[in-house]
Design a protein around this ligand. Structure first.
Ligand code: FCB
Length: 484
């Protein structure tokens, strides 16, 4: 499908707004290969947190129930031509009603944790004003049911479903949205703090900004100028920072982080000069997102490249954006290759040839070593201390075989390869503490609708029947042994 092929390419274009840099990151010695790897031990660290991830608009359905307000994704998916087949999240996997069944699947897998997101418009139907008590009630019951099954809930406060009432007032173009997000985040974390210990402010700021306001293939479908887009980007990272402060004030004991899909830079090969180049690229290719969120400053190159299009900001805002976090979530699907060159930047991003392999979604190129290099380099750049892979997984052209099973051998291949590289990272001391597989269930895949299946559980969308795929069995075994 044409929709998502541009999904990542656009992010890269945005990233390459930035060129050379005075690099503000700290240098750390490269970790040494541990004996465990040398002797072929493929275990993950004791206590490694295995989980799965979903998001409100992608699984809940029940869009008109219990006082939920409309979101930009309701509007977008109901606009002709915006999603594959005109698909919407009106019903999806109906998880608003069927979450007990979903939790039983998680329990069967042996999951230790579940990442879900709260729909802002269930809590504040118009984005602000009077809260809707039924919204909090729903998520409280969901968290309680998870805990009763021995599964720790991890909550994302924003997975792209902006209340439509706020979009009508300018959405992320309006600085006020950042403040209203912080109010909602603080309120919700305060109400759920006794049943949920970990909160992520936002999911993939770079995706909803670049695709929603840059190339328009996601809601709200706008194509802003470079300067306006840079300001949206600033408002979104500001919203994250203000939310961190609001959550800490409302719920001092919870752990706070974010889930960002950094451009996961991989050196073209593992030699000192290419590794050094990949590290520089990690900072500069993520300058408008993770870099500013981790450092509280825009790199010189980022600002110089934008020139007159650079965002307006105050020092107080920058301080909020760089608010310290308890953990960093990284969503990693693909690799972006960098090589060392003698130019002003000190690196070059290398594009892939047409023959480069990809999964069912054309954008989802296969780059398993991203799960080694991205956490390692991000940690070397920003001393992250506690990292979680908050999303990784793939689409597959799943079919139900004659015996009723779904043999998604390509997904098993993908997971085995990616997790091999993650295990290398943990065995070398990169502080990755957990992994959330995207996704528990096939679900509404944004502009691709129901055309792309990412679940390890097959969903028949006509009957809502859930059938674990071969990849579920793979994941269950992996979790039980804590080892590949
Ligand atoms: C990520 C999104 C998630 C899902 C997966 C496939 O970028 O965060 O909602 O669409 O991609």
């Amino acid at each position: 499908m044409p929709y998502r092929i541009s999904r990542r390419t656009f992010g890269q274009l945005a990233g390459s707004l930035v060129t050379a840099a005075a690099l503000p990151f700290r240098m750390f010695a490269a970790p040494s290969v541990s004996r465990a790897t040398a002797t072929g031990d493929r275990r993950f660290p004791a206590g490694f947190l295995w989980g799965s991830a979903t998001a409100s608009y992608q699984v809940e359905g029940a869009v008109n129930e219990d006082g939920r307000g409309k979101t930009v994704w309701d509007t977008f998916s109901h606009t002709a031509g915006k999603t594959h087949n005109g698909d919407t999240g009106d019903v999806s996997t109906d998880s608003y009603h069927r979450y007990a069944e979903d939790i039983a699947l998680m329990k069967d897998l042996g999951l230790k944790t579940c990442r879900f997101s709260v729909a802002w418009s269930r809590i504040f139907p118009d984005g602000a004003g009077q809260p809707n008590p039924k919204g909090i009630d729903h998520y409280r019951k969901f968290c309680q049911a998870l805990r009763a099954a021995g599964i720790e809930p991890w909550c994302t406060l924003y997975h792209w479903d902006l209340p439509q009432a706020l979009e009508d007032k300018g959405g992320w173009q309006n600085r006020e949205t950042a403040k209203l997000f912080a109010d909602y985040a603080g309120y919700t974390a305060g109400k759920l703090a006794d049943v949920c210990s970990h909160f992520m402010t936002m999911n993939e700021i770079s995706t909803f900004v670049e695709l929603g306001y840059g190339n328009g293939i996601h809601a709200p479908g706008l194509k802003l100028s470079r300067g306006k887009l840079a300001q949206v980007r600033h408002h979104a990272v500001l919203a994250h920072g203000l939310a961190v402060q609001a959550i800490r004030a409302a719920a001092p004991h919870v752990k706070v982080g974010s889930a960002e899909n950094l451009t996961a830079v991989v050196p073209v090969f593992d030699s000192p000069e290419h590794v050094a180049a990949a590290k520089k690229a990690t900072v500069e290719e993520n300058a408008g997102y993770l870099t500013v969120m981790r450092t509280g400053r825009y790199t010189d190159q980022y600002l110089q490249t934008l020139g007159a299009d650079a965002p307006e900001f105050t020092q107080e805002e920058m301080k909020a954006i760089g608010s310290p976090l308890d953990f960093q979530g990284l969503n990693i699907y693909t690799a972006t290759y960098a090589r060392a060159v003698k130019n002003a930047k000190g690196y070059d991003i290398v594009g892939n040839p047409a023959s480069y392999p990809h999964m069912e979604s054309p954008w989802l190129t296969v780059g398993p070593d991203a799960l080694y290099w991205a956490p390692r380099l991000a940690n070397e750049c920003w001393d992250l201390k506690e990292i979680y892979i908050t999303e990784n997984g793939c689409s597959s052209a799943d079919v139900v075989a004659g015996d009723g099973h779904i043999y998604d051998t390509d997904r098993v291949m993908y997971l085995r390869n990616y997790l091999t590289h993650l295990q290398r990272a943990t065995s070398e001391g990169v502080p990755v503490k957990g992994y959330f597989l995207w996704s528990l269930l096939d679900n509404f895949e944004w502009a691709d609708g129901y055309d792309k299946r990412f679940g390890i559980t097959y969903v028949d969308f006509k009957t809502q029947k859930r059938t674990p795929k071969l990849s579920s069995e793979f994941y269950r075994n992996l979790i039980a042994r804590n080892s590949l």
